[in-house]
Design a protein around this ligand. Structure first.
Ligand code: C2E
Ligand code: MG
Ligand code: MG
Length: 635
């Protein structure tokens, strides 16, 4: 049999399949046309056939029952290749068909006429055909009619296709609109409801509680502890996976009617609907704490986290969802302040302290321009010679209404709000300027100053430039400046810390590790960072004379410093006994009330003046000569 060009055939088949009509149920528009064709041509059999890859399938038929035939046996396979109606007046007389099973077999077909179903693309998908069991002719009008009816079949096919495409487009559009609606109200990373949706659900809960006084709900504000450290040290990929896994663990602790949302970053909120009392909320807080304490495993890397949770109940009677969220947030901050990995329930006193905190933030912003900060100086003393080696600069704030404030009262807030950056810059330059002036005035060239660097300051990109420009403008020798940083500051800037410390060392500035022993990295990380001295935290010195436990710890730290070839300062030295133990343990320096409390500028200057003789040599600190210690001990 004849064939179409393979390329045209491929196109034709592709087009046929786009109509999505094969193997569909009968449809009246098509059946009407088959009926009309049989009626006009006066034949017992008629059909709409579609020519598929290997088969011929009937969309509509009259006078037979089969649904499809092998393509190569059919008359229509020939008809689709013609441009006009294809007529076989007597199949037995036509050598192409005389042996065809449809002719010789039970079907006994003797007459065929098929009009190709030519689409607007010019390709024939099948035929509208009429058949008979006796040989015969068709009149000119009948052939014309068959042609016109075939065009009608194609029109129906087109129409059907357009309607179908329209339906598909509508479904697609509906899907993308639903996706868009979902995106507006959900967090892209975890798929949880976002802040907007949470607020909506919270508003609904508030409205319900107002209608029905027995309806109680709770809001939980959750923040992951140490998330920043994990994110910075293990990378954002792990950070993202941690958030996704956290979201799913949180969800698994909830009932269907509760709402878990991600506000952003590592902050999640939960709305507990229809609870009986505070116990239900604290039970849930315990449950999620337990669920999240189980280690996370990311490609073999175990990660541990904990949560700080703030809880507030609907009994506060607020109308606005923001108020609930604020209180829960305040309680969460309290949980952080009380040592993390715990929950706190909001109470009104927290609100008051939050208001005070805000006031403090505002005051802090103005404190620099109003020149309300002062530097106090606490001597660091060599335990063997009793000589003052340097001072630690400690900030104080002369608050307009609250009096002199210790750093504990405001450094945390300054750190959180970023105010620590200008404050830190101020103290650095003031401390350097002051030291330089004493060095000149009293010939105290060996005197040093240590300045505390906060975590935020340490993460500034331009810290090195800042410091070197201060040193230059003041004219201070970099060896006179020591920077005190904590283990936490290093760990929270793990990626850049080593590089930064090396650059400082290149400048000639020494690094002191402050409050050593209280951070969460301690020994393991020390080797990686160029540290010149450890300041042993005062918690290990306090009570040193009363128990073997503490002196063992200090001894261990001392062994560590000896192995690393660096010095140590004991912080918070208050008694002569402590000093003699520290001397025994070969701790080189001490700092504490035993020698002196932090002194204001004038008192410190007086000490420098007494301490440096005219030849520029330091003489022993009055509290620290061997004799005076002996005296103190005896008396
Ligand atoms: P720090 O750097 O460990 O400073 C030592 C703290 O221990 C000082 O508290 C000091 O007054 C106190 N101290 C010294 N000797 C004794 C003693 O014998 N017994 C007791 N009980 N305490 C003693 P201060 O001045 O209140 O500072 C607290 C912390 O605030 C400092 O701890 C430091 O971390 C931070 N800080 C102070 N000034 C600054 C600053 O200018 N910038 C930054 N970023 N932080 C600062
Ligand atoms: Mg310090
Ligand atoms: Mg310290």
């Amino acid at each position: 049999m004849e064939f179409q060009e393979p390329e045209t055939e491929i196109k034709r088949l592709k087009l046929l399949h786009q109509y999505r009509i094969l193997d569909t149920v009968p449809e009246k528009h098509f059946d009407d046309l088959t009926q009309l064709a049989a009626y006009i041509c006066q034949t017992p059999i008629s059909a709409i056939s579609l020519t598929d890859f290997q088969r011929q399938w009937y969309k509509s038929k009259i006078g037979f029952t089969s649904t499809e035939e092998l393509r190569e046996m059919t008359f229509c396979a020939h008809a689709v290749l013609q441009s006009d109606v294809f007529v076989i007046p007597d199949t037995l007389m036509d050598e192409r068909f005389a042996n065809n099973p449809f002719v010789t077999g039970e079907a006994n077909i003797r007459f065929y006429a098929g009009a190709p179903l030519r689409t607007p693309h010019g390709l024939a998908l099948g035929t509208l055909c009429v058949l008979d069991r006796v040989p015969r002719e068709l009149s000119y009008q009948q052939i014309q009619s068959l042609s016109v009816l075939a065009e009608q079949v194609v029109t129906q096919l087109e129409l059907r296709r357009n309607v179908q495409n329209l339906k598909l487009n509508i479904v697609k559009r509906q899907k993308s609109e639903a996706q868009l609606r979902h995106n507006v109200f959900h967090d892209g990373l975890t798929g949880l409801p976002n802040r907007a949706l949470f607020m909506k659900r919270l508003s609904a809960a508030i409205a319900k509680a107002q209608r029905c006084s027995s309806s109680l709900f709770a809001v939980l504000f959750i923040d992951l502890d140490r998330f920043k450290v994990i994110n910075d040290s293990l990378g954002h990929g792990v950070g993202d996976r941690l958030l996704i896994e956290t979201a799913s663990r949180l969800k698994s602790c909830m009932r269907h009617e509760d709402v878990v949302a991600r506000l952003g970053g590592d902050e999640f909120t939960i709305l507990l609907n229809d609870i009986q009392g505070i116990r239900d909320a604290t039970d849930i807080a315990d449950r999620i704490q337990t669920a999240l304490t189980l280690p996370f495993n990311f490609s073999g890397q175990e990660v541990f986290i904990s949560l700080s949770v703030g809880i507030t109940l609907s009994t506060t009677g607020y109308q606005r969802p923001e108020d609930f969220l604020r209180d829960a947030d305040t309680a969460m901050y309290r949980a952080k302040a009380y040592g993390k990995a715990r929950y706190e329930i909001f109470d009104v006193s927290m609100h008051d302290s939050a208001v005070r905190q805000m006031q403090l933030e505002n005051d802090l912003r103005r404190a620099i321009e109003r020149q309300e900060f002062e530097i106090y100086f606490q001597p660091i003393v060599c335990l063997a010679s009793g000589k003052i080696g340097g001072f630690e600069a400690l900030i104080r704030w002369q608050h307009p209404t609250r009096g002199l404030l210790d750093p504990l009262d405001f450094i945390g807030v300054a750190e959180e709000t970023g105010a620590i950056i200008p404050i830190g810059y101020w103290i650095l330059s003031e401390a350097c300027r002051q030291l330089h002036s004493w060095q000149l005035k009293y010939g105290a060239t060996s005197l040093t100053i240590s300045v505390n660097l906060s975590t935020k300051q340490f993460s500034q990109r331009n810290l090195i430039e800042q410091i070197s420009s201060i040193l230059q403008s003041v004219g201070l020798n970099p060896c006179s400046l020591k920077l005190e940083i904590t283990e936490t500051a290093i760990m929270e800037n793990a990626a850049s810390a080593a590089e930064m410390l090396l650059q400082l060392r290149d400048l000639g500035i020494e690094i002191y590790m402050d409050d050593f022993g209280t951070g969460y990295s301690s020994l393991s990380s020390l080797h990686h960072f160029p540290v010149d001295l450890l300041k042993i935290d005062q918690s290990f010195i306090n009570g040193l004379e009363r128990g073997a436990e503490k002196s063992k710890i200090v001894q261990t730290i001392m062994t560590l410093t000896q192995n690393l070839g660096i010095n140590a300062i004991a912080e918070g030295v208050e008694t002569a006994e402590q000093i003699s133990i520290l001397r025994m343990l070969q701790c080189k320096f001490g700092q504490g009330y035993f020698f002196s409390k932090p002194l204001d500028r004038a008192a410190a200057e007086m000490l420098v003046a007494q301490h440096w003789n005219k030849a520029g040599e330091a003489i022993s600190h009055p509290n620290c000569s061997a004799q005076s210690i002996e005296k103190l001990r005896r008396g």
